[in-house]
Unconditional design. Structure first.
Lengths: 487, 494
């Protein structure tokens, strides 16, 4: 039972239960989130990258019906899930740290927050497709509740829309998973990722079936990742969500869809992916260009950030469609980096909203002179997200473009213009919020360090820097696993 | 002679009669005392089911009228558990009744005995007697609140439609007897093994299925359900929704799935009939529920849709389908009972069970709101709650039969699957509407807090925890469903 994944699950479950009795829910959640970070670092250290495969596995069989799905409650990590678990632990700590000091119904607020974290860990650590799906939903339901109860402007409509989109998306995903399961021949039919890795190869699912199964999975997972045209829940939802929920969803949970495609479509449906690559390329370019232009037109900071996070999903899908080691390594790096930068941006934007009482660009300005630390961290996140070298996103994007270049040269040449678009809107946003004259000259605003709230964002910024400068930490761990997925 | 007293139905009936006598002799008994006696009786009988033959085969008692086999045991325990919970939730509810409070917690023992007998019916006579015992007891229970117009109206509707369905059933049994020359299921099987089914037999099949369709509240025999669920006392609605439906299911299983109408010529008819009833129930239940604003009525339509899912699972005529149905019944039981229980608490305090009445409930009574949240999310089939498992099982069973012909249509089961998925998506909308009201709206006006007695708090916690924990650790459910199927031969049409 010497398994850190199991420990992580136990701790995050304890966090959910304990928060209902702990004297200070906020401090208790912080403690539990803090404990997980060194655990994940130890896990990263213990992971034998050269050997690859699932490590530190624990497994119980929880369903024994002869004709039902055999279900295993199994946890473990491999090179692909490890970076995402690391991302989860860092963003979770930052999100708890960034949660408000005073909040209505504090216990329930932190219960929801801890449930999201628990679900995210579960989704990335589970080795059974059943629980992969289940834990993702564990994280989704409290997200809806958080937006609906503690959300800001327009919370009811936003939560409603997000619930319907994501629940319907999950339903399509379920159909896709069923299709995949029954497309496998009788002997190797399994939901267990370990058994799938052992018994199923790229040609096991009939060539004719791969395409439509991939499309089903793409529609299901795509709705969760806000792939165009299933994206419209995202900007509204993030704009209305309380900061920690937005950080966790945009930062961590949204990666689940890509993770699922990487786990299932890449190794088992590669021919379907090849056959449908044109469809995916058109959709991802729509993400980059259509949403990019929509982002430029935004007049509200949080909506703009929401759209920009949707737009960047285009680059992630480009990494997926490349189907080679370079592109997929880029995808893994970019998932982590985008998660960190999105969390940083949503967190700092909420700090700005708290101080300015508005997120409309016309009401903002002069942040750099009033609250230099906040402005610095916001700009840091903004620059990371547009791919400034030295920060995580750059490392990921470069690999994604290199990976996709060979097979999809014209598409990549188009997609590169997306970098220009994102530079345009992000620099405009930075100018509008940080520079220029403050709207109300007299107000003395509390900067982050004075409010004792600088560290969560500094942590995210530091993580972005580490990923940007030493991407090898993650890509090294992922390499063997990705090679196995591509085999 | 020994076996006679082992019959749980007899034990339960005797216990019920004994309680009525004692209750009428003693003046100073409270509802809670009577209810605890009833619960004790149910628990003892539940434990007593382990004294029955537990083997895989079928043991026949009472000259072949009464069968004990794994499905009988599974369903007997299911009915006893439902009755136990129903009596539990009746304690507080009966306290508000003006008349005959104590009888209200004793009476559920009698339909339970009927349903248990139904689970063991190996002969159409037993079958009919058992079904009538159930229905007649329910006539009384549904109309129990004589001073309330809605309850009386519900009772009348249930009586009229129930009598009609009984007519169908008897008519069907008569045709069957005319063709086969016996009422025993074993004789029916032997007859079908030798002879081709005649039109008379097919007519009997159709008539019997119609009679049972009423029990399961499936389209086109569903009309009574929303009105009766709304008007009946809430614990009785829960009992109807869970146990009465399961009684219909076990009857269908005995007659059409395990043995009974087992002939290659009959399978396509059974399959199509069940599929049609199931699909129509899912469609009608889901669409009608979309606009309903009264919660008990909503659960009425939801029970039609859920009955539809169950029939879809049965229509697969496969092991996977029957397993899925067993799971589905268990998870449906947990969620439905919890929902009705909380509603029975809320109704009197909030002055109604409309969506607007539960507006902002979370801010006033977090326990009630969270319990309802779990129940509705489970009914909607959203993981991690255990309801997901039920829907998943049904979908998987339909998918597996995807390539077969249904109604002469190739890939007919894929259309059924599409209906099921659309029904589930509609469910997301109408099950989550109360959740939106409870959590996202502010309370309409100041109302007293909803108080839960310690014992009802325990029940809420147990049911909620079961919904949650079984979602992650479904092993006990799987084992229970496994006992149902053990050694049973499912007629497959493949």
């Amino acid at each position: 039972m010497n398994s850190i994944p199991l420990l992580l699950m136990v701790f995050s479950a304890i966090a959910c239960v304990g928060v209902m009795v702990a004297p200070s829910p906020r401090r208790f959640s912080l403690l539990m989130a803090l404990v997980n970070v060194p655990l994940v670092l130890v896990l990263l250290g213990q992971y034998d990258a050269a050997a690859g495969g699932y490590q530190q596995v624990v497994s119980w069989r929880v369903m024994d019906l002869p004709h039902f799905f055999p279900i295993h409650l199994a946890f473990g990590v491999d090179g692909v899930s490890l970076p995402l678990v690391l991302l989860t632990s860092v963003v979770a700590l930052a999100a708890v740290g960034a949660s408000p000091q005073q909040v209505r119904r504090e216990r329930e607020f932190f219960l929801c927050l801890n449930l999201i974290v628990c679900g995210a860990y579960g989704a990335f650590l589970s080795l059974d497709l059943f629980f992969l799906y289940v834990f993702h939903e564990v994280a989704l339901i409290p997200t809806f509740l958080m937006i609906g109860i503690w959300g800001g402007h327009d919370r009811k409509a936003a939560a409603n829309q997000m619930t319907l989109y994501l629940a319907a998306g999950s339903m399509v995903l379920l159909a896709g998973l069923l299709a995949f399961f029954f497309a496998l021949p009788e002997g190797v039919r399994s939901l267990d990722l370990r058994e799938l890795a052992g018994g199923v190869s790229s040609g096991t699912v009939a060539r004719g079936d791969q395409g439509w199964i991939f499309l089903l999975l793409l529609a299901g997972f795509g709705a969760l990742v806000s792939l165009w045209p299933l994206h419209s829940w995202a900007p509204r939802g993030y704009a209305a969500a309380p900061a920690p929920a937005a950080m966790l969803h945009a930062g961590v949970l949204k990666k689940f869809g890509l993770y699922g495609l990487l786990r299932l479509a890449v190794p088992y449906l590669p021919e379907g992916m090849q056959a449908m690559s044109q469809v995916l390329l058109v959709l991802l370019l729509a993400n980059i260009f259509y949403i990019g232009w929509v982002t430029i037109a935004q007049k509200d900071l949080t909506l703009m950030l929401g759209y920009s996070s949707v737009m960047h999903m285009g680059f992630l899908f480009l990494g997926l469609v490349s189907l080679n080691l370079t592109g997929l390594t880029g995808l893994v790096l970019l998932m982590v980096a985008h998660g960190l930068s999105a969390a940083l941006l949503f967190g700092t934007a909420s700090e700005i909203r708290e101080r300015a009482g508005s997120t409309l660009f016309k009401d903002l300005g002069g942040l750099a002179t009033r609250t230099p630390v906040l402005a610095f961290l916001f700009i840091f996140g903004g620059l990371a997200s547009i791919g400034v070298p030295g920060l995580g996103n750059f490392a990921g994007e470069v690999l994604v473009f290199f990976g996709a270049w060979k097979q999809y040269t014209p598409w990549v040449m188009l997609a590169l213009w997306g970098l220009v678009i994102s530079a345009v809107y992000m620099l405009r946003a930075i100018r509008a919020t940080c520079y220029g004259e403050p709207q109300e000259p007299s107000a003395a605003w509390l900067d982050l360090p004075a409010a004792g709230r600088a560290w969560p964002y500094a942590l995210l910024a530091l993580a972005l820097l580490v990923v940007g400068v030493f991407p090898g930490i993650l890509s090294g761990a992922a390499r063997t696993t990705l090679e196995a997925l591509l085999k | 002679m020994n076996s006679f007293f082992l019959m749980p139905e007899l034990q339960l009936t005797l216990w019920g009669v004994f309680m009525i006598v004692v209750e009428s002799c003693r003046k100073q008994v409270t509802v809670a005392e009577v209810a605890h006696m009833a619960m004790l009786g149910l628990a003892l009988v539940f434990a007593g089911t382990w004294l029955l033959p537990q083997g895989d085969g079928q043991v026949l008692w009472a000259n072949g009228l009464y069968a004990i086999d794994p499905p009988a045991l599974f369903f007997k325990r299911f009915f006893l558990a439902s009755a136990f919970v129903v009596v539990w939730m009746s304690i507080d509810y009966a306290g508000q009744l003006p008349l005959a409070r104590n009888e209200f917690v004793i009476l559920p023992l009698f339909p339970t005995a009927g349903m248990m007998l139904l689970a063991s019916a190996a002969d159409l006579i037993t079958f009919f007697v058992a079904l009538e015992l159930v229905t007649v007891s329910f006539y009384v229970l549904v109309a129990f609140q004589r001073d309330r117009m809605a309850s009386l109206e519900a009772g009348t509707k249930y009586l009229v439609v129930g009598a009609l369905s009984t007519g169908f059933l008897v008519y069907g049994i008569a045709f069957l007897f005319g063709t086969v020359g016996s009422t025993s299921l074993a004789a029916l099987e032997m007859h079908l093994a030798k002879d081709v089914p005649t039109p008379g037999l097919m007519l009997a099949l159709a008539l019997i299925l119609s009679g049972l369709g009423f029990k399961v509240a499936s389209v086109p025999f569903h009309v009574w359900a929303p009105d009766v669920y709304e008007g009946a006392p809430t614990p009785v609605s829960a009992f109807l929704a869970v146990a009465s439906k399961a009684a219909g299911v076990v009857a269908i299983m005995r007659l059409f799935i395990f043995n009974g109408f087992s002939h290659p010529d009959v399978y396509p008819v059974t399959e199509s009939a069940l599929a049609l009833m199931g699909a129509l129930s899912v469609i009608l239940g889901s669409t009608a529920a979309l606009t309903v604003r009264k919660l008990k009525r909503l659960l009425g339509y939801s029970s039609i849709a859920n009955g539809g899912f169950i029939l879809l699972g049965l229509s697969c005529l496969s092991y996977r389908g029957v397993e899925a149905v067993a799971l589905y019944l268990c998870v449906y039981f947990l969620a439905t009972v919890l929902a009705f229980f909380v509603l029975s608490k809320l109704g009197p305090v909030l002055g109604g069970e409309d969506l607007t009445h539960i507006s902002g409930l979370y801010h006033r009574s977090p326990l009630a709101a969270c319990a309802l949240l779990l129940a509705f999310v489970s009914l909607a089939g959203i993981p991690p709650l255990v309801g997901f498992l039920g829907k998943l099982g049904i979908f998987a069973a339909l998918w597996e039969r995807g390539d077969s012909i249904l109604f002469g249509v190739p890939h007919g089961f894929q259309y059924l699957l599409a209906v099921g998925i659309l029904g589930a998506v509609a469910g997301l909308y109408y099950y989550l509407a109360p959740v939106r009201y409870m959590f996202w709206n502010e309370p309409m006006k100041e109302l007293p807090e909803v108080k839960f007695s310690p014992s009802s708090r325990v029940l809420v916690f147990v049911l909620s925890a079961a919904l949650l924990v079984l979602g992650f650790w479904p092993k006990p459910l799987g084992d229970a469903a496994n006992t149902l199927l053990r050694s049973q031969v499912v007629q497959t049409n493949e």
